[in-house]
Design a protein around this ligand. Sequence first.
Ligand code: SF4
Ligand code: SF4
Length: 163
Amino acid sequence: MPGNLCEHCVGMCCRYLALPIETPEDREEFDDIRWYLLHEGVSVFVEDGDWYIYFAADCRHLQPDYRCGIYQTRPRICRQYTTENCDYHSGEYGWEQHFTCPEHLDKHVREFFADERRRRTKPSSTAKRPRVKARRPAKPIRGRPGPTTDIAGRPLPRLGVKR
Ligand code: SF4
Ligand code: SF4
């Protein structure tokens, strides 16, 4: 691409902000996310398994020509951002899920809890094994004699026992 990449862009990186949020695990937490999504311009996305809230909001200093109006004093986060891996060409960006409305989330929630029910009802590998009751070897109790015969009734040798 000839020239500075930003000259070909409409300031995409200056038109939103995204913040990490807790990964929802129960119905209450999903309901909080539903509340976020009831708001205009808010969406939620999942990237590499991490959840983020996204606000579509132009920076107050984005100029009509899509340049920064406070370039010399722009915040740290803007200084660290480069065209190497930016929104214009996606770079390494890419979400697995992007919820733009509560209905979209509802579908995910139904699938999430259906999967969880399946996981919970799925027999585990150990559950299929025949149940064998573990037997502990007879253990002498201090002060009392231990077994003196084997299961056939033969006397057991009493090794190391001083009489
Ligand atoms: S850094 Fe990327 S997304 Fe931001 S204005 Fe330049 S080209 Fe556009
Ligand atoms: S301060 Fe400048 S670089 Fe940072 S978001 Fe606003 S317009 Fe973009």
